[in-house]
Design a protein around this ligand. Structure first.
Ligand code: SAH
Length: 250
């Protein structure tokens, strides 16, 4: 059988949010490759080899997956959420671009998944109902100055924003600085949603005005959504709803 490489998104956590396409790809896989906690979400079975690696070696992991596919294996690279959102799909194509000739003819397919911001937005209501952007707040792969520039320009464009990788033990200061920049650039009390471990048993959703947002409200399992200037909160007995209207008056 000729080898094949599938790059699949496992969604935010809940089994019901794994697409049938991704479930079918996993059922037909000989090898699953990915970061340890994501590979742990794939059920072991005879004939399936699980290759769980540390997150810091994305390109090595991608090359390993391409090598196995070139050797005839049915390889699935897994990411959480969607594999094209701050995840493995780009890493695989980066490795492919500079890789050996035998990789170039490989059959490669990307299968989408439900990304964290969409799962979080659905829990909160519809905060991304108008124009929005997604920004990775980790400065592992880009300079911090670029992050700040993008935050200011997104605020100037009045986009709602979703923030991935907001805060980690190795970067405790970055998110505090991001909040300062946003408070200065937005200058209002628009809602901020801290959505942690969405769709898992540890899920926590907290909505506060930007003026009251604190760095400790986020960790690496949190996606943060900031509304635009029109985002509002509907107070209801069953729980508040945060939404952004579909239209902007002329
Ligand atoms: N490819 C993933 C994102 C990888 S970056 C996706 O599409 O969702 C990792 C970041 O995603 C985390 O730091 C966090 O900001 C966010 N994230 C992933 N799963 C999450 C979940 N279940 N709940 C909240 N945020 C999540």
């Amino acid at each position: 059988m000729s080898g094949r490489l599938v790059i699949a998104g496992l969604g935010p956590g809940a089994e019901g949010l794994v697409t049938p396409q991704v479930a079918a790809a996993l059922a037909g896989a000989s090898d699953v490759v990915g970061y340890i906690p994501y590979v742990a979400r794939v059920a072991p079975r005879p004939g399936l080899t699980l290759h769980a690696t540390d997150n810091r070696v994305e390109l090595d992991r991608a090359a390993h997956a391409l090598e196995m596919a070139a050797a005839g294996r049915q390889v699935v690279v897994v990411s959480s959420g969607d594999p094209g959102v701050f995840a493995m799909a780009s890493a695989v194509f980066e490795a492919l671009e500079t890789g050996p000739a035998e990789w170039q003819a490989l059959q490669i397919e990307v299968l989408p998944g439900i990304t964290a911001m969409l799962a979080a937005a659905a829990r909160a209501g519809a905060p991304l109902g108008h124009d929005f952007c997604a920004i990775n707040l980790s400065d592992n792969l880009k300079p911090w100055a670029l992050i700040e520039k993008r935050l200011r320009l997104a605020a100037e464009a009045d986009l709602a924003m979703a923030f991935y990788n907001p805060r980690s033990a190795s970067r405790p200061e970055g998110f505090a600085r991001a909040l300062d920049v946003l408070r200065e650039a937005c200058g209002d009390a628009r809602p901020v949603i801290f959505a942690r471990a969405v769709s898992t048993p540890e899920e926590q959703i907290l909505t506060v005005p930007l003026t009251e947002a604190r760095p400790e409200m986020a960790d690496m399992r949190t996606v943060v959504i900031l509304g635009n200037s029109a985002t509002r909160i509907l107070r209801r007995p069953g729980g508040d709803i945060v939404y952004t209207p579909r239209s902007v008056p002329a």
